[in-house]
Design a protein around this ligand. Structure first.
Ligand SMILES: Nc1ncnc2c1ncn2[C@@H]1O[C@H](COP(=O)(O)OP(=O)(O)OP(=O)(O)O)[C@@H](O)[C@H]1O
Ligand SMILES: [Mg+2]
Length: 206
């Protein structure tokens, strides 16, 4: 079993959106997936409860302190990929998740106040020595996203080439517990998630 943690100190950076979409993407590639939601808001867990049940996707909500046990149970239950969705503004929970993960994804919107928080997130993750990369997410049309990549790389931060655009499909799909793969199969949003999943899979060696 491999574990991906999605961490960002900034609220609304699309952690949950990416967690649920990457989860469905992995299921569609034949993996058994568990979402471990350690955000007290429980958005990923609520999304899961709105879905039709499937033997290949599970979600549980818990506290960061329970993560180690939840991961053990997931492994025993035959899960191939565990995806941890975290709350913003919690260094402690973020550090626990990063330490238990094989790879950390740090989403950020390509806007000044968001980009300024990436260094703080990476500093928490760096202490755990778990490999990590930033992805620009919810990017509007235009050059903001590539400019943001340039700025972050200039600070020496690892940044994926893949960009997840701001697309209404992401908001529409989750209303009734779907993903863009189910809402608009083969659409641009699904293709971007596929690309992101591919680069993460390479890093996780799955
Ligand atoms: N690529 C995207 N395109 C359009 N809307 C998006 C995209 N990504 C996220 N959003 C929207 O932005 C809002 C915040 O996203 P999300 O809840 O995933 O962020 P979060 O980082 O999990 O927030 P929190 O820190 O509160 O947990 C949601 O309304 C979501 O639908
Ligand atoms: Mg969230």
């Amino acid at each position: 079993m491999k574990t991906l943690a999605i961490i960002a100190q900034k609220g609304g950076s699309s952690k949950t959106t990416l967690a649920v979409h990457l989860a469905v993407c992995a299921v569609q590639k034949g993996m058994a997936v568990a979402i471990l939601d350690i955000d007290p808001q429980g958005s990923a867990h609520k999304w899961f409860k709105a879905r039709e049940s499937s033997p290949y996707l599970a979600a549980v909500q818990g506290q960061a302190e329970a993560l180690s046990n939840l991961l053990k149970k997931a492994k025993q239950g035959g899960v191939d990929l565990a995806i941890i969705d975290t709350a913003p503004h919690s260094d402690k929970a973020a550090a626990i998740a990063a330490k238990l993960a094989d790879f950390v994804l740090i989403p950020t919107r390509p806007a000044r106040f968001d980009l300024e928080t990436v260094a703080a997130t990476l500093a928490v993750v760096a202490l755990t020595r778990t490999p990590a990369a930033v992805v620009i997410s919810a990017a509007p049309r235009g050059k903001l996203a590539s400019d943001a990549q340039h700025v972050l790389r200039g600070q020496g931060f690892p940044v994926f080439d893949v960009i997840v655009s701001n697309r209404v499909a992401f908001s529409h799909a989750v209303i009734d517990g779907r993903s863009v793969h189910e809402y608009e199969p083969g659409g641009k949003a699904a293709m971007e998630i596929d690309e992101l999943f591919k680069v993460i899979s390479d890093r996780l060696d799955i």
